[in-house]
Each structure stands twice: as structure tokens, then as C-alpha cells.
Design a protein around this ligand. Structure first.
Ligand code: HEM
Length: 513
């Protein structure tokens, strides 16, 4: 754990400027004479003013508001039959962890009780390097084509002219992208506003691969299951707290850990063989779908426990840099195009937000400092000493063996991705199941209220009607409920392509020689 050593500061340290010169009277600026103008030679003053001007760094473009803590990940049930990842090979294996929870759309000072997905990021410092989990509290997402992400996010943020959030933009985008409605059902249902960060689960959403030394693999979805259980706020409770205590979730987490109530989560996997994947009703690279638990049960692997508050928020939480591409041998990404794009997007964001040497910051550094030929750049304080910056024959780096052979992977990559572009009846099955099987009567009522409350803020009737037509296609009761509440009269249901289109496509693939 880097926190205690690096971030603890002793009491009673002598006050200095940034160069370590003692400064006894910080408010006594040097002047020409008694009442004359200030002197440019007053280093302590210029030092303080100019450092202050540079205190802000770019906030995260999404997930800007967050909080977190440190803890430990411990393996309880090894996964060595499915992966060669060393961490998961033995019961009792442990590593230190830093976790950051967040909302998505709001700025760094926005309210914690927004109706918004929550980020659930975990940094594991393993002997084989950093393994980041950059998950959400919902098992699905709004899109399955990464090009949509920046445009989608813009519609959840502020209007370029008014700088206001805009319900027309919000629903205009979503109602043109019916595959987003599974996530919309979750977001506007009872699970849409978690009560703080302790009482929610975390999901990889994306399919990953667990790989063995012989190169064979199974597909996997990762889950963090809250041992505290789950709790959520109603819209009225969330609105009240947004006014009274917009930092509710951060405060709740911090104070619980201070009280010794250490929140924990079971880390579990669902797995699927490549053969099962080809026969599965849904595309495993489709981030808008879940893997039903009755077909693919959860298997517990370990436990994550948060037991240490940060000493310095900026150093340990604002500067922490999570990336889905920070993976360890034995854990691979699937071909999911959204995941593949995220592999690029996060380190790119870190280089912008924190500089090219973001991995050298104490909270981001791996246990064993990297040995390679990367050098220099801003803030290179681990610059790898006097070892030559090329593969020298005198001071040579050892190249380890590849952990396994990748060549057999992903025979059906391209075709899977093609299939992701069309909206078919398959996209409506899982949202419909939520409505029919998961929501009780009260939840159904609250769902219609929540959507009507938000969609009612849109000015355009066309956007309202288009949105309601998609809800009609999920279930006529939702469509009718909303059409009534919004005085829209009769709305024609949206007509997706038949499910057979997608299934036929995959069947052709499975039958290929
Ligand atoms: C944060 C991009 C989809 C979870 C971010 C950041 C970027 C980004 C640029 C800011 C990173 C930083 O400054 O450190 C994208 C793109 C996506 C995508 C391009 C799709 C094409 C997703 C999905 C999930 C997710 C599907 C969850 C399953 C998160 C989380 C954070 C985050 C948890 C906050 C990380 C932290 O706490 O520092 N995303 N994202 N994102 N994203 Fe995504």
C-alpha cells in the first residue's frame, strides 16, 4: 500500500517555500520601504501565488465526481483451473487495492445522488503488475459501438449555448439508439440512484477472457457483489439530499471506514466456453446484454475489503489512473469493440490529465518499478538510472517468455462486430424481462414516474413520442403509462428487425467449416 509511507505527513514540520527555505512570516510580503510596492525578489510570495494558479488539473471528462479508499483483495477460491493469472492461483493470495467510485455525467462538484450510473474502479497491485477493474454499478451500457460514446456523453452534459443540462438532448440521443434502453430501464428503475457507494454491486459489463498457459481460454464476466447488500434512494430522497448534502456518498464511505465498518465485496466470475458463446442467444461482445445467472452461475473468487481512508485526496484519488488495458497475464480483453476502444481511451486520457509519466505517481506505480526503454518526459522521477535506453549488450534487460500463444484466439471476431450494428427484437427481450419479472407493481409505478418526470422536461413532442414508441416496443404497459402521463395520445410502437435476423446470422457463423 503506497498510502501510509508516502502520504503521511508529520505534525510540526517547519514551514518553508517550495525550495525548502524556512519562511517564518508568510503574510509579511517584502516591500520597498514601509508602504512601498511589493518586491519581485520576494520568492516566497511569487512561489505561493504562482503555484496556486496551477493547482487545477483537467478533471476527468466523464466520472469527474468521485471518492475512494484503499484496501486489500484476497483470493478465497482459486481460479487456477481457468487462468494462469498468478494472483488467482492460490487461496490466501493477497494484494493491495485502491478503489474509486464515481458518478458519470456531473462535474467534480456535482451531487452524489444524481440518477446516473456509478463508476466502480479497482486498482490491484499484483506481483505481475497492475490489474485495473474499470467497472460500473450496472451490468450493461448504453451502446455497443464506441464511435457513439463521445456524442452520447455530450447529450448528458451541458448545452453549448445555455450551459444547462437539456432533457431534449438527453432523450433525443437515446430515442435514436434503441439498444440503449436496457440501460435506461435500469437507470430509471429502483436501482438508478444507489444509496452511497457501499451498497451497490460492480460489473465488468464487458466480456473478458481467462487464459491458461496452453493458450486455451474461456470467456468471463466479472462481478463485485456488495456484502453490505444493496440500498437505493427514491427520486424524492435523492433530490432532497442533492440540496442538503451533495457529497453524501463520499462522506458516507469516509465515515464508515473511520468507524471501522470496512465495506467489502465478493469478486465473482461468470464463464462461458467459446463453443457456448457461439450458441448463446446473445452476442457476447454486446455490452447491452447480460449473461443470465441461471445459465451462467456466479463463481466466487475473492473478496475486496476497504479498510483505509486516503490521507490526501488529490494524490490518492484525483491522480489515480485506471485503465481497462492495465491487465495481467492470464486476463485478456475480448473483441468487444467498446472494450477495445477503451483500451486506448484511458491511458490517452491519463497522459493528457496527468502527463506521460502518470504511471510513476505513487498511487499508480506497480509494486516492481518498470524496467524498459521509456525515458524522460514531464515529471520523470523514476527515470531508470544509468541503464542504457536501448537493448545494450553490456547492461541487458531480460525478455521474459510470452505467457501463452495468442494465435488460436477469436476466429469469429469480425463477424461478431458486424452483427452489433442492427437493432433487432433481441434488444428488447432483456429489458422486457426486467419489466415483467423483476419490477413489482410499486417498482413499475416508480419507473413510469421517474421517466415521465425527466422526459416531461423535454420541449419537443417529437422526441417524447419517439422515446415512448421504444418503451411501447419493450412493453405496451410502459408505453401506455407514459403516453397518458405526457398527454401524447396514441403512439405507434417502434418496430425492430425480427430476432431471427441476428440469430440467423450467428447460426451461419456457427455452421461455418
Ligand atoms: C472514466 C472513456 C465506456 C467506466 C472514463 C474516462 C474516459 C472514458 C476518457 C476518464 C479517464 C480518466 O481521465 O482517468 C470511455 C469510453 C467508453 C467508455 C471511450 C466507450 C467507448 C465505459 C464503460 C464503463 C466505463 C462501458 C463501465 C463498464 C468508467 C469508469 C471511469 C471511466 C468507472 C472512472 C475511472 C476513475 O474512477 O478514474 N471513461 N468510457 N466507461 N469510465 Fe469510461
Amino acid at each position: 500500500m503506497p498510502s501510509s509511507e508516502v502520504f503521511n505527513q508529520r505534525d510540526g514540520a517547519v514551514h518553508t517555500d517550495s525550495q525548502g527555505h524556512p519562511v517564518g512570516k508568510p503574510y509579511a510580503a517584502q516591500r520597498a520601504g514601509q508602504n512601498g510596492p511589493l518586491l519581485l525578489q520576494d520568492f516566497a510570495l511569487i512561489d505561493a501565488l504562482s503555484h496556486f494558479n496551477r493547482e487545477r488539473i483537467p478533471e476527468r471528462v466523464v466520472h469527474a465526481k468521485g471518492g475512494g479508499a484503499h484496501g486489500t483483495f484476497e483470493v478465497t477460491d482459486p481460479l487456477d483451473d481457468l487462468t494462469c493469472a498468478e494472483l488467482l492461483s492460490k487461496r490466501g493470495n493477497k494484494c493491495s487495492a485502491t478503489v474509486r467510485f464515481s458518478t458519470v455525467g456531473g462535474e467534480s462538484g456535482s451531487a452524489d445522488t444524481a440518477r446516473d450510473p456509478r463508476g466502480f474502479s479497482v486498482k490491484l497491485r499484483t506481483e505481475q503488475g497492475i490489474w485495473d477493474h474499470v467497472y460500473n454499478n450496472t451490468p450493461v451500457f448504453f451502446l455497443r459501438d464506441p464511435a457513439k460514446f463521445p456524442r452520447f456523453i455530450h447529450t448528458q452534459k451541458r448545452d453549448p449555448q445555455t450551459h444547462l443540462k437539456d432533457a431534449d438532448h438527453f432523450w433525443d440521443y437515446l430515442s435514436q439508439e434503441p439498444e440503449s434502453f436496457h440501460q435506461v430501464m435500469i437507470l430509471f428503475g429502483d436501482r438508478g440512484v444507489p444509496n452511497g457507494y457501499r451498497f451497490m454491486h460492480g460489473y465488468s459489463g464487458h466480456t473478458h477472457k481467462l487464459v491458461k498457459k496452453d493458450g486455451s481460454f474461456v470467456y468471463a464476466q466479472f462481478h463485485y457483489v456488495s456484502k453490505q447488500g444493496t440500498k437505493f434512494f427514491t427520486q424524492a430522497e435523492a433530490d432532497k439530499l442533492a440540496g442538503e448534502n451533495p457529497d453524501y456518498a463520499n462522506q458516507d464511505l469516509f465515515e464508515a471506514i473511520e468507524r471501522g465498518e470496512h465495506p467489502s465485496w465478493d469478486f465473482c466470475v461468470q464463464t462461458m466456453t467459446p463453443e457456448q458463446a457461439e450458441k448463446f442467444r446473445y452476442n457476447i461482445c454486446d455490452l447491452t446484454k447480460i449473461w443470465p445467472h441461471d445459465e451462467f452461475p456466479l463463481r466466487k473468487v475473492g473478496t475486496l475489503t476497504l479498510h483505509e481512508n486516503v490521507k490526501n485526496y488529490f494524490a490518492e484519488i484525483e491522480q489515480v489512473a485506471f485503465a481497462p488495458s492495465h491487465l495481467i497475464p492470464g486476463i485478456e480483453p475480448s473483441a468487444d469493440p467498446v472494450l477495445q476502444s477503451r483500451l486506448f481511451a484511458y491511458p490517452d486520457a491519463h497522459r493528457y490529465r496527468l502527463s506521460v509519466n502518470y504511471a510513476q505517481l505513487p498511487v499508480n506505480a506497480p509494486i516492481h518499478m518498470p524496467a524498459n526503454f521509456q525515458r524522460d518526459g514531464f515529471m520523470a522521477f523514476h527515470n531508470q538510472g544509468n541503464r542504457p535506453n536501448y537493448q545494450s549488450t553490456i547492461q541487458k534487460l531480460t525478455y521474459p517468455e510470452a505467457p501463452y500463444d495468442f494465435s488460436a484466439h477469436e476466429q469469429f471476431v469480425g463477424s461478431l462486430i458486424t452483427e452489433l450494428s442492427s437493432v433487432t427484437e433481441l434488444d428488447f427481450e432483456q429489458p422486457r424481462k426486467l419489466w415483467e419479472k423483476v419490477f413489482d407493481d410499486g417498482a413499475k409505478q416508480r419507473f413510469v414516474d421517474n421517466v415521465a418526470g425527466h422526459l416531461g422536461g423535454a420541449k419537443s413532442d417529437e422526441i417524447k413520442r419517439r422515446t415512448v414508441s421504444i418503451f411501447y416496443a419493450i412493453h405496451p404497459d410502459i408505453g401506455n403509462g407514459l403516453a397518458q402521463r405526457l398527454n401524447l395520445g396514441k403512439v405507434e410502437p417502434f418496430k425492430p428487425l425480427p430476432a431471427s435476423e441476428a440469430i440467423k446470422f450467428r447460426a451461419n457463423l456457427a455452421n461455418r467449416s
